[in-house]
Ligand binder design. Structure first.
Ligand SMILES: [Zn+2]
Ligand SMILES: [Zn+2]
Length: 382
């Protein structure tokens, strides 16, 4: 059996072991230990503790000062798994529904192979970050000195993607994934008997008008050539038939690619809240929070990433102009500091979507993804 075949088998074993024990963001203790032990077993220098559970493996060859960072994410999701697989989650209500188990296995496979080779000149940093989902583990790693302790010329990310043909790569230069902001709103009115609405200030009516008016932010306030989304995802108020509630709470999120558009969305929403509340004689409080910036791919790094992908699967299977994703990625915080590229690897057109209880990472991608990492290192640090 060749080393590559052996590692392909090992990657499946690692992936299924990760799948069994999904852990929440910043609490990936078992996961980080498995990763760190494997990396040191391959002979890498291992640093732990950045952003609580983050792991960085260092592999150096030759005398070149050139450096490259490769990033995988480690956290699971609060979703109840319904795959019925033999290696399904052993943690009720938690699962690897975004394929981070596969991302770790692919990067470990690349580390295992590269640790045995002398085919590059420079330093490779294998970054395993916590808390990609919502909590911004990448941001915390950056704030805690990731790029100061481990200076990198370029940094690369890879994410499996259902809906794209199995084993096809897809990326683009410039905006790849949207920025993500959240909002929480409390509408304050005056409670009253439902039969005597004239004595109160109806927060349910205010909420209905706010939701409708928010739909005009993108359609009427933002230039039609600039993409954006405003979604109200929660409305809570009242608890019986005959009382107009004093308070309604709402929450949701916005998406956009351009920070200026993000600012326009936020100020248009504020004006709508002010106007509607004033018209009804109510008040509001809100908290609008920018969460993840847009994921912006560097041109040169994207060219390098595409040529590495082409070397692995051939030019017909690499799309260099994929439509930008409107979901968000905290890899954006790394790309704000260091030029790099974020790449999709297709899981198959009919594959269950990410964050779905039936999702399972496609193991056929393991050798393809690890080859992509190896190719990147061997071409950039040739
Ligand atoms: Zn996810
Ligand atoms: Zn993910």
């Amino acid at each position: 059996m060749s080393v590559q075949e052996l590692v392909n088998q090992q990657m499946v074993t690692w992936r299924h072991a990760f799948h069994r024990c999904p852990e929440p963001g910043f609490k990936e203790l078992k996961t980080a230990k498995i990763v760190a032990d494997l990396l040191s077993g391959f002979g890498l220098t291992v640093h732990q503790g950045l952003a609580t559970t983050g792991v960085v493996g260092v592999l150096k060859r030759g005398d070149s000062g050139r450096t490259i960072g490769l990033r995988a994410d480690m956290d699971g999701l609060p979703i109840r798994e319904e795959t019925g697989l033999g290696y399904r989650s052993e943690k009720t209500g938690f699962m690897h529904a975004c394929g981070h188990d596969g991302h770790m296995a692919m990067l470990l496979g690349a580390a295992r192979i590269l640790a045995e080779r002398d085919t590059f000149n420079g330093t490779v940093y294998f970054i395993f970050q916590p808390a990609e989902e919502n909590l911004g583990g990448a941001k915390v790693m950056v704030e805690e000195g990731l790029f100061k302790r481990f200076p990198m010329d370029r940094v690369f990310g890879l994410h499996n993607k259902p809906g794209i043909k199995e084993g096809h790569f897809a990326t683009r230069t410039g905006a790849m994934m949207a920025a993500f902001d959240t909002f929480d709103i409390t509408l304050q009115g005056k409670g009253t008997h439902a039969a005597m609405p004239q004595n109160g200030v109806d927060t349910v009516v205010m909420a209905a008008e706010v939701v409708n008016a928010f739909q005009t932010v993108i359609s009427r306030r933002i230039n039609p050539t600039d993409p954006g989304v405003v979604s109200v995802t929660q409305i809570n108020g009242g608890d019986t038939w005959n009382v107009i509630p004093e308070m309604v709470k709402m929450a949701g999120c916005t998406r956009h690619f351009n920070p200026e558009v993000g600012g326009e969305i936020r100020s248009a929403m504020a004006k709508i809240l002010q106007g509607i509340c004033q018209a009804h004689g109510g008040t509001f409080q809100w908290n609008y929070q920018p969460r993840y910036p847009a994921t912006i791919n560097d041109e040169k790094a994207s060219e390098l990433a595409m040529s590495a992908a082409i070397n692995v699967v051939g030019v017909q299977k690499v799309d260099g102009q994929v439509r930008p994703g409107i979901a968000s990625e905290d890899f954006s915080f790394m790309l704000q500091q260091v030029p790099g590229n974020y790449m999709f690897l297709g899981s198959g057109e009919a594959h269950a979507p990410l964050h779905n209880p039936h999702f399972d990472f496609n193991d056929a991608l393991l050798p393809i993804g690890s080859q992509y990492w190896i190719e990147l290192v061997e071409t950039i640090l040739a």
